[in-house]
Design a protein around this ligand. Structure first.
Ligand code: CP
Ligand code: NVA
Length: 326
């Protein structure tokens, strides 16, 4: 049975820890100049309906480092659901490639790709979620903090795709997660309730950034208008202004708080220069880790036989502490 990675909840908690271990090993191997070519001769089709820098480059470079090959398919190449039915794209791409990664508007399109492709499908962002991003984010927190114990994450901003993936993560790893948004821009009710019902994390919604950030380990933000919402940008700029992550908000959080952002950032809007360039910011480690974490995800989805899985688990540290990762 092929596996997809469309939501963080597609992985069990143990599998998320396996991603951390494998990503850490791949990162070390790369730094030592001897990356294992787990995906030698394999091919990844990358379908993009929206712009991308990090996702495209990290998947393409990652596939190359693993001994494989990646193809970039632009919106003009794949008219998802317009030029061709999504299920036909899924079937055709599966005949040429060993993996598919897709960045699309409509979440249903990645669900359809997953259903009809005979090879693993990875979600590279939809209007609904961004699972690879938040897997790289939490791996970065683990590296910097050394553990994920008693973690408090405060997401400040739009209740968007990235916020939804944080909620999915909170269904697999325990944390205190506060999502601080302007009224009317909160996360979707259904995923919020599912996350609360999972009972693993303490999840809450706030409209008061200064109160919410106190004692946070991570202050996270994202753009106020996501790709596809450009025409709302001017209105959102006014509504979201009190939710800017600036020096005052970071001071309210405390010096222990890391600043994170999935990037690209709109400097001077959701975050000020002094915060994103400041000592508490770990945004570029976070961006780098897209590479290592996605490589781990691709390997895990591709290597499915018991023998190969065994091989993987024999290779590296079995715990996920930061010490084991160094
Ligand atoms: N964070 C992220 O996904 O960046 P891109 O849109 O540049 O891929
Ligand atoms: N929420 C942003 C994330 C970009 C990586 C967007 O969808 O545009």
């Amino acid at each position: 049975m092929k596996r997809d990675f469309l939501h963080i909840t597609d992985f069990t908690t143990d599998e998320i820890h396996e991603v951390f271990n494998l990503a850490s090993r791949l990162k070390t191997e790369l730094r030592n100049g001897n990356p294992t070519q787990y995906l030698k001769g394999k091919s990844l089709a990358m379908i993009f309906q929206k712009p991308s820098a990090r996702t495209r480059v990290s998947f393409e470079t990652g596939m190359y480092q693993l001994g494989g090959h990646a193809l970039y398919l632009s919106p003009a190449d794949i008219g998802m659901g317009k030029r061709e039915a999504t299920k036909d794209i899924a079937r055709v791409m599966s005949r040429y490639n060993d993996l598919i990664m897709a960045r699309v508007f409509d979440h249903q399109h990645v669900l359809d790709l997953g259903e009809y492709a005979t090879v693993p499908v990875i979600n590279g962002l939809t209007d609904y979620n961004h699972p690879c991003q938040v897997m790289a984010d939490i791996f970065t927190v683990l590296e910097h903090r050394g553990n994920l114990d008693d973690l408090k994450v405060v997401y400040v901003g739009d209740g968007n795709n990235v916020a939804h993936s944080w909620l999915n993560l909170a269904q697999r790893l325990p944390m205190e997660l506060v999502i601080v948004s302007p009224e009317g821009y909160e996360v979707e009710e259904e995923i919020l309730e599912t996350t609360k019902d999972a009972g693993l994390s303490n999840v809450s919604i706030s409209h008061e950034p200064m109160d919410a950030v106190v004692d946070a380990d991570v202050i996270y933000t994202d753009v106020w208008a996501s790709m596809g919402q450009e025409e709302e940008a001017a209105k959102r700029k006014k509504v979201f202004q009190p939710f800017q992550v600036n020096a005052e908000l970071m001071a309210a959080a405390g010096s222990q708080a890391y600043f994170m952002h999935c990037l690209p950032a709109h400097r001077g809007e959701e975050v000020t220069d002094e915060v994103i360039d400041g000592e508490q910011s770990i945004v570029f480690d976070e961006a780098e880790n897209r590479l290592h974490v996605q490589k781990a995800i691709m390997v895990m989805l591709t290597i499915t036989t018991a023998q190969d899985s065994n091989f993987l688990s024999l290779q590296g540290p079995s715990d996920n502490s930061a010490d084991a990762m160094r």
